[in-house]
Design a protein. Structure first.
Length: 268
């Protein structure tokens, strides 16, 4: 009975967070549900640990967590990041025939939040809530870049880096060098490292404090889209990331400074 009561309360909290127009604190939730703040505190810790709820470390208030996307797209109408990013991704998919994604780090894992498939020659089917490898994807590299070596290694885990293709970087020192370059140039690249024949580009999204909270990425197949130029892809991704960041409050001076791609860069 106690377990059922906890489950029902947890579901009620998620519904409350979903319907709220703003983040809710422990006392807000307790008052609305007419239960003690102590009980709510325990519930929120469990939901946050499982990534069904997300706490803002500055306000100590909660919103729906990214893992809830895997069970349904309930957060789409309320989450400012998602609501801002969605039209950008749709434009990349519809106007430029590029597969577009929004991803975050949730529970120490690289997690897709949005995925818009293009009508182009290749469709990459990654569902919201699904996971991906940090070391083999442009979005993973973007989200790791700028972090300390200790933070990076903690997110990568202790196990050897798995080769997903023949081009996957599995040497940690080599990966750290790539991440340092991505941090400096303002975008990350992956050339057939996650899927054979697929090139991807990602850029970081920053919040009002200038903190990296997500990454936007696009993927295409150079062999099937020979007219697509890497420099154009980088511009599309970094411009989209800058617009999303600005829309959610990131000051212009905090945006990543972009280094243009070198002429003749390999996109194979």
């Amino acid at each position: 009975m106690a377990s059922n009561q906890s489950l029902m309360r947890g579901l009620a909290v998620l519904e409350l967070l979903d319907e709220a127009n703003e983040p809710l604190g422990i006392r807000d939730i307790a008052r609305t549900m007419e239960i003690s703040p102590t009980i709510v505190q325990r519930l929120m810790h469990s939901l946050a640990d499982a990534n069904f709820a997300r706490k803002d470390p500055r306000t100590q208030k909660y919103i729906i967590g990214y893992r809830a996307v895997a069970l349904g797209r309930a957060m789409l109408s309320d989450e400012r990041l998602v609501g801002t990013a969605m039209p950008e991704l749709r434009a990349l998919a519809s106007d430029h025939h590029l597969n577009a994604f929004l991803s975050v780090i949730a529970g120490g894992e690289l997690t897709y939040v949005l995925a818009e498939q293009s009508a182009g020659p290749i469709a990459i089917k990654s569902k919201p809530g699904s996971k991906a490898a940090f070391h083999a994807t442009a979005m993973g590299k973007a989200l790791l870049s700028g972090r300390s070596i200790e933070e990076i290694d903690a997110l990568l885990g202790e196990e050897p880096l798995s080769p997903l293709t023949a081009k996957t970087i599995t040497d940690r020192d080599a990966l750290h060098a790539v991440l340092s370059r991505a941090d400096q140039q303002g975008y990350a690249l992956a050339f057939g490292e996650n899927l054979d024949g697929v090139t991807s580009v990602a850029a970081r999204i920053r919040d009002a404090e200038g903190d990296v909270i997500a990454a936007v990425s696009i993927a295409f197949a150079p062999s099937l889209q020979p007219t697509v130029q890497l420099a154009d892809i980088i511009r599309l991704v970094t411009d989209a990331a800058a617009r999303i960041s600005t829309a959610i409050g990131c000051p212009e001076e905090t945006l990543d400074r972009i280094t243009p791609v070198l002429e003749g860069a390999d996109v194979a």
